[in-house]
Design a protein around this ligand. Structure first.
Ligand code: TMP
Length: 212
């Protein structure tokens, strides 16, 4: 049976995660893997409901309630999809995973990062990725790439053209949070400049994955 492989992609809004997860899935399939591609929150029935609530739910959601929703979606995804796929020796590629909670709800919303690590640990049963790819990009670049018609709760916190520099703080904190997580465990993370051409980003990711 092939060695199972678990790769996660993280980053801010509009960093190109879905394109790059698709490209690496094609590469891994070409290497002989059966590949399961998932996105958080989502990829289960519960996850899809949670996705709609946290992205477009019209009601106010406190940071802790928001965290619990992401964790509920994550634990369902791990038990229902990720663990069974890894047990079959597959490669699993996930668009976001536990580090998004540390960056958004921890560094971004200000919840205690050590508490969030413990909650993540419970939700995932201690499952950790073999590699996390951070698609890093300045917040201003996200603003420019964002499709204005499809603004969700998180994107609505991106600064607009007329906002003061201080309004950038939520997404700037999230970005710095991801960079700090990557710095704490460089052997587990690959940080890629997401403003590079798509093909170059993909080449850098493939080079690191082929070393795993
Ligand atoms: P996306 O999949 O389009 O990036 O949307 C997911 C949104 O949810 C994105 O703004 C990041 C946010 N999010 C969190 O705040 N915490 C989490 O744990 C996860 C998985 C996503």
């Amino acid at each position: 049976m092939p060695q199972p492989l678990f790769i996660t992609f993280e980053g801010g809004e509009a960093a190109g995660k879905s394109t790059q997860t698709r490209l690496i899935a094609v590469y891994l399939a070409w290497q002989g893997y059966t590949v399961t591609r998932v996105a958080e929150p989502g990829s289960t029935r519960l996850g899809s409901r949670v996705r709609r609530l946290v992205k477009y739910g019209p009601m106010s959601i406190t940071p802790l309630a928001e965290t619990m929703l992401f964790l509920a979606a994550r634990t369902q995804l791990v038990e229902e999809v990720i663990n069974p796929a890894l047990a079959r020796g597959e490669a699993v590629v996930s668009d976001r995973f536990a580090d998004s909670t540390l960056a958004y709800q921890g560094y971004g919303r200000g919840l205690d990062v050590a508490d969030l690590r413990r909650l993540n640990d419970i939700a995932t049963g201690g499952l950790l990725p073999d590699l996390t790819v951070l698609l890093d990009m300045p917040v201003e670049a996200s603003v420019q790439r964002r499709k204005p018609r499809d603004t969700d709760r998180f994107e609505s916190e991106l600064p607009g053209e007329n906002d003061r520099a201080s309004d950038q703080s939520f997404h700037e904190k999230v970005r710095q949070g991801f960079l700090s997580l990557a710095q704490q465990a460089p052997e587990k993370w690959l940080v890629v400049d997401a403003t590079l051409p798509r093909r170059e980003v993909s080449r850098l990711i493939r080079a690191r994955v082929s070393n795993l």
